[in-house]
Ligand binder design. Structure first.
Ligand code: B16
Ligand code: MG
Length: 219
């Protein structure tokens, strides 16, 4: 029986990816690295330091900088990102999400956030939906990023339910892999081919309908 929902943030509840990607692109340019669209897309859902490591690898600079220098670059990127976050308003909640949250509340489902973003509380506050959720996984406590199951396992612990009692929502390939490795039902939002491991796939958040998802979940 369905008892809880677990949500990724960026790409599911709101689209902060454009801010992440433009801040990374700026930093990469400063480091003399030019990223193509596929390389930029590969950063979706990936933690801050893992994203930086990937960018340095794409630029053939993986052994060039000390840990302290890398921390400085990541802090620089984050400062740019946070500037953009300050412009977020409730209008930036993705279509279909307000109704989904309403339907979940009507069924008394517990709701928890499984975002790799250390800025998640700030973003949820700007969106005005912080109080809708019963818990947020603190990404600072994680040892492994998505696609490792750790974040979805921790989110499930926060719900207090079993793996087969929750549905988890993701837009990133690494995220869907993380959900499946945690043994949960995955809803993928985005490209069918890319997210093919998911149990239920929709092209956009506007297509999410809890009653329809539940029909497949209960099968
Ligand atoms: P921060 P999600 C992820 O959010 C983003 O998709 C990814 O681009 C970002 O690098 C990561 O959070 C870490 O974010 O730098 O704010 O800690 O999709 O897991 O909600
Ligand atoms: Mg995401």
């Amino acid at each position: 029986m369905l008892k809880g929902l677990i949500f990724d943030l960026d790409g599911v509840l709101t689209d902060t990816a454009r801010y992440h990607l433009s801040a990374w692109n700026n930093l990469a340019k400063e480091l003399g690295i030019s990223l193509n669209q596929d390389q930029l897309d590969s950063l979706r859902g990936i933690s801050r330091m893992d994203s930086l490591e990937l960018i340095l690898k794409y630029g053939g600079q993986e052994n060039k900088y000390s840990e302290a220098e890398k921390e400085k670059f990541a802090a620089e990127k984050n400062a740019k990102f946070v500037e953009q976050v300050e412009t977020i308003t409730p209008k930036d909640i993705l279509p279909g999400i307000p109704q989904l949250l309403k339907d979940a509340k009507a069924q008394n489902l517990k709701m928890v956030i499984a975002s790799a973003s250390k800025n998640a509380p700030k973003i949820l506050n700007r969106l005005g939906i912080m109080d809708e959720f019963d818990g947020i996984v603190d990404p600072a406590t994680l040892h492994h990023g998505k696609p490792d199951p750790e974040i979805y396992e921790k989110a499930q612990e926060l719900t207090g339910f079993k793996a087969d009692e929750v549905i988890s929502f993701e837009d990133a390939k690494a995220g869907v892999e993380s959900i499946k490795a945690a043994g949960q039902f995955a809803v993928g939002i985005g490209d069918k081919e890319l997210l093919k491991e998911a149990d239920y796939i929709v092209p956009s958040t506007a297509d999410l309908k809890l009653s329809e998802i539940e029909k497949v979940f209960e099968k």
